[in-house]
Write a protein that binds this ligand. Structure first.
Ligand SMILES: Nc1ncnc2c1ncn2[C@@H]1O[C@H](COP(=O)(O)OP(=O)(O)O)[C@@H](O)[C@H]1O
Ligand SMILES: [Mg+2]
Length: 390
């Protein structure tokens, strides 16, 4: 452990205690660093002349005090880089503690005569675009060891412009980084600099929207559909078990890996992604914020009544499976939200003749997910026990 240095000593006792907790791994939040910096700025204790330098100096002390970071990777040469071309990570157990550009850029330290970069660095290749999000784009990033990841670069200024606190992204990261499941997109590292919050995740080949569109003419075979249903229901069942509601389930937030042209069940892997609207909530808790995407939103969300986030996820997953299986949407929105909500009031969705080629057992599952009354809706566990998935 390093020396206790002056800036740390100027912090109020309660913040010092939290920083000590970081080293004992009791505090997995970076909020303490933000709290400490806010305190230093407000009380005029930043003497470095700029916010960035102050953050840098304090952060170095936190590293010295806590033994941070715990992961070191060797590097021969430290490449110079521009503002947002390179991002760096966070030791996983702290969720997202990298804070400052000088750290993100993989500062080199000498230990035992070897040069180490304190954090693995991702070189983001902006020519390899993977998809676009609401506040930034997703690109391929390459680590020094050649491993590739997807890097979602969320533009802070864009969020602020639209009146959204960019720190809301921390919630997304907090929730997603606690989830470990083969059908949930894994957060590998998180970085932040003045411009972006960057999230590195498993790299996937496509999203379920593009994937379903690419197969819209012939559609998927029943074994492939079964495989898709099982993986997606497993992913949402796991979230609910962990007391997380996703609240934005739709094909563009489901990523696909494997041969997306010659699809076969054994080689297909789907992962639930984009936890931007996710929240922690129990099986019985009622929520009163109404996020999501209209076509996929449960009736109770459209109506604006307090709702159960697990049940509304099942509805959205039902619409998603409907879209993937039929390339159609179950309720057509004609520009009038009220009429749209009315259309959903059939007690459960009834498949008509257009869908006769769809396995009736799958039709029953989707209908059970599209039950108007949340109490009548199937749960993930119910679906996993149905004959279709045995
Ligand atoms: N790990 C990934 N691998 C491949 N493509 C990805 C990955 N993450 C995101 N994308 C693409 O980028 C799009 C936007 O990402 P998403 O996380 O949904 O951002 P937003 O929260 O802004 O909607 C996705 O719909 C997908 O096409
Ligand atoms: Mg998205």
């Amino acid at each position: 452990m390093g020396e206790v240095t002056s800036r740390y000593e100027t912090l109020p006792k309660h913040i010092q205690v939290k920083i000590n907790d970081l080293s004992k791994q009791q505090n997995t939040s970076r909020d303490v660093v933000i709290e400490a910096i806010d305190y230093m700025i407000e009380s005029g204790k930043c003497t470095e002349g700029s916010y960035d330098l102050c953050v840098d100096a304090l952060w170095k002390e936190v590293i010295a005090k806590t033994g941070y970071p715990s992961r070191l990777s060797p590097t021969k040469e430290y490449k110079k880089n521009n503002d947002d071309g390179i991002v760096g990570p966070v030791p996983r157990q702290y969720g997202m503690c990298t804070f400052h550009p000088s750290i993100e850029r993989g500062k080199v330290v000498k230990r035992d005569g070897i040069e180490w970069s304190e954090f693995p660095v991702y070189v983001v290749d902006k020519t390899q675009f993977l998809g676009s999000g609401a506040y930034g784009d997703v690109y391929v990033g390459k680590k020094e060891n050649g491993e590739e990841a997807a890097v979602k670069m969320i533009n802070k200024a864009k969020m602020t412009e639209r009146g959204i606190d960019y720190r809301d992204v921390y919630k997304e990261i907090m929730i997603q980084s606690k989830l470990f499941h083969p059908n949930i997109l894994q957060i590998l590292d998180v970085y932040e600099n003045k411009f972006n919050i960057s999230i590195a995740t498993d790299i996937m080949s496509s999203d379920a929207l593009k994937f379903a569109n690419a197969h819209s003419v012939v559609g998927f075979t029943d074994p492939v559909l079964k495989c898709i249903v099982r993986q997606l229901v497993n992913s949402i069942g796991y979230c609910h078990q962990q007391n997380v509601a996703h609240r934005d389930i739709k094909p563009d937030n489901i990523l696909v890996q494997g041969d997306t042209k010659n699809v076969s069940c054994g080689k297909l892997c789907l992962k639930l992604a984009d936890f931007g609207f996710a929240t922690e909530c129990t099986k019985t808790q009622l929520l009163n914020t109404f996020p999501g995407t209209l076509i996929y939103a449960a009736p109770e969300i459209i109506e604006g009544v307090r709702y159960n986030g697990h049940k509304s996820d099942i509805w959205s997953m039902g619409v998603t499976l409907f879209v993937i299986a039929t390339q159609k949407i179950p309720f057509v929105f004609k520009g009038d939200t009220y009429a749209y909500a009315e259309a959903q009031k059939s007690i459960t969705y009834q498949f008509d003749n257009r869908f006769k080629s769809l396995n009736p057992k799958l039709q029953r599952i989707i209908s059970g997910m599209l039950a108007y009354n949340p109490k009548d809706r199937l749960t993930a566990d119910d679906i996993l026990k149905t004959e279709y998935l045995q």
